[in-house]
Design a protein around this ligand. Structure first.
Ligand code: BDR
Ligand code: CA
Length: 315
């Protein structure tokens, strides 16, 4: 294990799988969460911000928090109430926020954290890339202070919101294009791997049996999140966003390959597609480490162990 924790910024649109990703990150002694930012995606920015603050209260995460823009860089918001409900995080009752967002915006908080850090910071975006692109546009001088961007988004083989595009990239393809062209090292947890990160109903029971307050909420989140996926034929809940965190704390459970990935910005059918040059035909240097496989059982064990750190309950 790393003796010195990796400084990170969490940026997401919670969202059930964002929430579980943050539960995992907050439990890990390998990570030092320096800030949290919300982005519009699964729901409006007001709702994802409120959800972010409620998750922070649930897990006792006390870090600076700031709200992102109300819209993607160019297009209009796309929201996902069919997947995450009208609140963006339907299901169990959550504690009310213990803090307020700062008066600066998400990209300004990111810049502040990078400036104040002695070492480069890893950004973990689990929603559309609007805030990260805003940071790169407004403060290109800070690129060397970004160690890596470990993101959930895209899919080399297929999409989920359109046949070609994954939700996070589809919501703000221009932002994704800026991020993938930035030269900052990228780990891409796309659908290729995240649809293998399935948590089955029997795993929900195992999580619930941990018995602490976080375990009960996570089991309820999974049960809610699974309803949509069951209706789509999935045998479990794909906890997409937690893979972007697992890539930092348990890289040994993942398979990966480096390649050049470009974002489709136009096209009649393919806006938001992440085109991976698997065979190097474009003769461009790789700009992303694309995750391709995961040891599912080890992933579930990682979640269970993380949840246990919120307190064992006497049985
Ligand atoms: C992504 O879309 C969102 O609904 C999830 O939170 C995840 O980040 C999966 O396509
Ligand atoms: Ca998300």
């Amino acid at each position: 294990m790393n003796k010195h924790p990796i400084p990170i910024l969490l940026d997401g649109d919670p969202g059930h799988d964002d929430a579980i990703a943050w539960v995992l990150a907050n439990a890990s002694p390998m990570l030092d969460i320096r800030g949290v930012t919300s982005v519009c995606g699964n729901q409006t920015i007001e709702k994802t911000t409120y959800n972010a603050l409620r998750i922070m209260a649930l897990v006792g995460l006390n870090a600076p928090m700031a709200m992102g823009r109300t819209k993607p860089l160019i297009g209009e918001p796309i929201i996902a109430p069919t997947v995450h409900g009208n609140s963006g995080l339907d299901g169990p009752v959550l504690p009310e926020p213990a803090q307020k967002p700062l008066s600066i915006d998400a990209s300004q908080l990111m810049a502040q954290v990078l400036e104040q850090s002695d070492e480069p910071v890893t950004i973990v975006p689990t929603g559309p890339l609007t805030n990260v692109a805003s940071l790169l546009l407004s403060r290109p001088d800070l690129k060397p202070k970004i160690a890596r961007i470990s993101l959930m988004g895209g899919g080399i083989a297929f999409g989920n919101w359109t046949p070609a595009a994954e939700f996070n990239i589809l919501v703000d393809p221009e932002a994704a294009d800026i991020v993938f062209k930035s030269g900052v090292p990228i780990t891409m947890a796309g659908l290729d791997v995240t649809e293998q990160a399935l948590v089955f109903p029997e795993d929900f029971a195992r999580i619930r049996a941990v018995g602490n307050h976080v375990a009960i909420v996570v089991a309820d989140w999974l049960a809610f999140f699974y309803q949509f996926h069951r209706s789509m034929g999935y045998p479990g809940a794909p906890v997409h966003d937690a893979v972007a965190v697992a890539a930092l704390i348990a890289p040994e459970i993942l398979q990966k390959t480096d390649m050049y990935v470009q974002i489709e910005l136009a096209g009649d059918f393919c806006r938001g597609a992440t085109l991976g040059d698997r065979f190097g035909v474009l003769k461009k240097p790789a700009n992303a480490t694309v995750l391709t496989g995961i040891d599912r059982q080890a992933f579930v064990d990682l979640l269970v162990d993380a949840i246990k750190t919120y307190g064992e309950v006497a049985k």
